[in-house]
Write a protein that binds this ligand. Structure first.
Ligand code: FA5
Ligand code: MG
Length: 427
């Protein structure tokens, strides 16, 4: 029967079996990404960026949800997505079956996080969307959700806090293209005191602007142009916030959307069992920001397991990505004999002490590297000495025994351009 077939095909993921049905549309290639967790992989640019943002939001708790598999209720219903929202369609999201799916955004964890009593938190995770594949889209990417909520009582201090934050921001060379906090098309919630809602939205903007300045300000300082960073706030719509905004950063001649945010819909907080609280939430795309910060030209590079990608990054540092060949590196082994020569710096004493034949060679590894660089430029990634032998052989010269150095060196080459790939460096 139909149901027997479905059961027998139920995939087991993270120890749970998900019964297939008409909604099942997640291919094994996508499921294979679940254990990767790039945002938790030390020295990976996504993890470096997550840590940088977490250290900026000092008093916020960092939360890591257990699984990418959520119920459709968590991903959509709980957040007020209407039944006919396009995000729910099989063409846009990955379903395990009608009730379980791969989260499409970190907002899927908002309600459970508020319910657990967290008031200031950041939550980072892998998210999944059926999407085109090109340099800036990938069906798996990473988001960070952030939220801060207050009780009515605590809100009284918010105005003073906002004034302090505004003062600090005024000292930053940021050009912010702002919009009004609320408008007819981007209204406050009817059950909110507009004064409180305004201060919450103001706090959201200050918090995000200072984070943006912290991240991109460093980058600007590194660049030669003196142009200040341009940031633009625009009106947006999300079923779980109002007023809502998106933030774009002007980069390489175009506006790039980096996050969505807004004042949390009171319905969401009521659902979470904390109706007495009010606050804001944001969701940002870690890849989008990391591509700018690290100059990574293609979103697919984040999934690379090639050491030539991974070794370019280090926790705590924003470094500029250097492109490498799309071909794997090739190794050239090279060995050569060096005649015994005395190091000129050694003086006469060495001869007396060592019997004349044990002095160091004048040859220095850097001399060798100089030759390599001269011939092949930056095509050579690294030169590694594999072995060094000193042994006696009979030399033609009068049958005298001499010590010769047998030096066996390994050259690792990697080409950066296709044209250069044809260059046969050292054979
Ligand atoms: C959301 O996902 C909302 N959950 C954000 C939110 C959270 C709003 C909390 C309000 C309150 P959106 O679909 O616009 O919104 O995605 C948020 C960010 O994720 C985008 O700004 C972008 O930086 C990133 N993003 C979205 N789609 C992709 C993609 N295909 N590839 C890479 N990054 C993406
Ligand atoms: Mg968006």
């Amino acid at each position: 029967s139909q149901s027997e077939v479905s059961t027998s095909l139920a995939p087991v993921i993270e120890g749970n079996a998900y019964k297939r049905d008409a909604w099942t549309n997640t291919p094994p290639s996508i499921l294979a990404k679940l254990p990767r967790k790039l945002h938790q992989q030390e020295h990976h640019p996504i993890s470096i960026l997550r840590n940088l943002i977490e250290s900026h939001f000092q008093e916020f708790e960092a939360i890591a949800p257990a699984s990418a598999i959520v119920t459709t209720h968590m991903n959509f219903d709980e957040l007020g997505f209407p039944a006919d929202h396009p995000g729910r369609s099989l063409t846009d999201s990955y379903y395990l079956n009608q009730t379980h799916m791969l989260r499409t955004h970190t907002s899927a964890h908002e309600v459970e996080t508020f319910r657990a009593g967290h008031d200031k938190w950041l939550l980072s995770a892998d998210v999944y969307r059926r999407d085109e594949i090109d340099a800036s889209h990938y069906p798996v990417f990473h988001q960070m959700e952030g939220a801060r909520v207050w009780t009515q009582d605590q809100l009284k201090d918010l105005q003073a806090l906002n004034a302090k934050m505004a003062e600090q921001l005024a000292a930053c060379p940021l050009v912010i293209e702002d919009i009004s906090i609320s408008s007819e098309s981007n209204p406050y919630q009817p059950q909110h005191d507009p004064e409180f809602a305004k201060e919450i939205a103001q706090n959201l903007k200050h918090s995000l602007n200072s984070m943006i300045f912290r991240l991109f300000g460093q980058l600007k300082a590194k660049s030669t142009e003196e142009e200040p960073l341009r940031v633009r706030w625009i009106e947006a719509f999300f079923p779980f916030t109002t007023p809502s905004y998106e933030v774009e950063v002007f980069w390489n001649g175009e506006w790039l959307e980096i996050l969505g945010c807004g004042v949390v819909m009171q319905k969401t907080l009521n659902n979470a069992g904390v109706p007495e609280k009010l606050g804001w939430a944001f969701g940002l795309g870690l890849e989008r920001i990391a591509m700018i910060l690290f100059s990574i030209p293609d979103i697919r590079l984040f999934w690379s397991e090639d050491a030539r990608f991974l070794r370019q990054f280090k926790e705590g540092q924003i470094t500029t990505f250097k492109p490498y060949s799309k071909y794997p590196p090739c190794y050239k082994d090279l060995s050569f004999w060096l005649p015994q020569e005395r190091n000129p710096k050694e003086g006469k004493g060495a001869k007396a002490a060592g019997g004349g034949m044990t002095g160091a060679l004048a040859f220095h590894e850097n001399d060798f590297c100089e030759i390599v660089r001269d011939v092949a430029g930056d095509l050579i990634e690294s030169v590694t000495l594999v072995n060094n032998l000193v042994h006696s052989v009979n030399c033609v010269n009068g049958g005298m025994t001499q010590n010769l150095l047998h030096s066996f060196r390994r050259l690792t080459t990697s080409q950066t351009k296709r044209q250069e790939d044809k260059v046969n460096v050292i054979d």
